[in-house]
Structures are given as C-alpha cells and as structure tokens.
Design a binder for this molecule. Structure first.
Ligand SMILES: [Zn+2]
Length: 184
C-alpha cells in the first residue's frame, strides 16, 4: 500500500523523498525515485519499496531516467562521502570515473550533486585538497617541489606550479620562503 504522503511525493517529484523510498509501477515493471519526472502512473498500479534490492527482487527494472539504484542517501550525506573519498585518495590519479565507482553513483549525477551542494566540481575540490597538503609540506618539510607535487597526486610539476600560482598568487618556492620557519 502507498500512503498519501508517498503519493504526494511522487506527484510533486519531491527529491527529499529519494532517500526514503522507491516506487515501482506494476504495468510497466519499472521502478523510479520519487523525484523522477517520468509520467505519473495510476495510483493503484504503484508499489512502494524501502530497500534498494527489493524492487529488483520483485522483477522490476530500474528506470533509465532517474537511475533509482543509487543508494538511499541525501545529497548532503553523499557529498560528505565523496569528500571523504577525495581526502583519502588525493595522492592517486583519481578520475571522475573512478570517483563515481568509489561513491556508487553515475559520473554526471555525482558531478551535479557535488556542485549543487559545495559550489565546486569534484575535480576542483580535489585540486584544492592537493594544494592545501602541498602548502603544508612546503612549510614543514624540505622536500623538493617536484617530490611534493608527486606526493599530492599532481605528478606533472609544471601543472602543479601553475595551479599553485593560480590559487595562492605565488609560486611554491616563494610560498616556502615566506612561510618556512627560519633560524635555530
Ligand atoms: Zn524514473
């Protein structure tokens, strides 16, 4: 059975319910997120599920449009998860494809949600994390710039320097000189 609240969420494509349930349509054998903009089915044909595997176990196929098999998490939770993945993997050559795989979402959806919540693309955020770590290493270690670039996942050193200058308006060497503790 479907509650009035659930039916209302489906009718209004309310995305806040995407983390709560999926609905399947008996006549088409397809299941969707509440927010899906596909045509509104007849209420008596709708079945609601609260676990992701259930519609599939009942023989329903995921809608191509709303990709309802992505986990039941809110955009904010998911963004937090993506942030953690970025923090833990910035040293690697992390592509959007790999990130999508690690965070269980499609590339376009991931990019869209992350940007919506943080105002940055995942790649921009990744570069930001890398440059922050680099800044810290420049000040706290004597490692050469090339090695730091490599260790933060930006093996192309000229690209690293270019990004660094773009973000902080000075070169890594200038930054080091300005901020590294002197004496003793
Ligand atoms: Zn759908």
């Amino acid at each position: 059975m479907i509650t009035d609240e659930e039916w209302q969420a489906i009718k209004t494509n309310d995305a806040t319910y995407d983390s709560k349930f999926r609905y399947a349509v008996k006549t088409t054998k397809i299941f969707c997120r509440p927010s899906c903009h596909s045509r509104l089915p007849k209420r008596e044909n709708v079945e609601v599920f609260y676990h992701l595997d259930d519609p599939i176990n009942h023989g329903y196929r995921p809608c191509k449009r709303c990709r309802p098999t992505d986990a039941f998490v809110s955009n904010e939770e998911w963004t937090q998860e993506i942030e953690t993945i970025l923090q833990n993997n910035y040293q690697q050559n992390l592509t959007l494809e790999e990130l999508a795989y690690l965070s269980h979402g499609s590339e376009s959806h991931l990019r869209h949600v992350f940007k919506k919540v943080t105002n940055k693309t995942p790649q921009q955020r990744l570069t930001e994390i890398r440059l922050d770590v680099a800044k810290h290493m420049l000040v706290t270690t004597d490692k050469p710039v090339e090695k730091i670039a490599m260790e933060v996942g930006l093996a192309n050193v000229s690209y690293f320097i270019q990004r660094f200058k773009h973000s902080f308006h000075e070169s890594p060497k200038q930054y080091r000189k300005q901020h590294q503790k002197t004496g003793c």
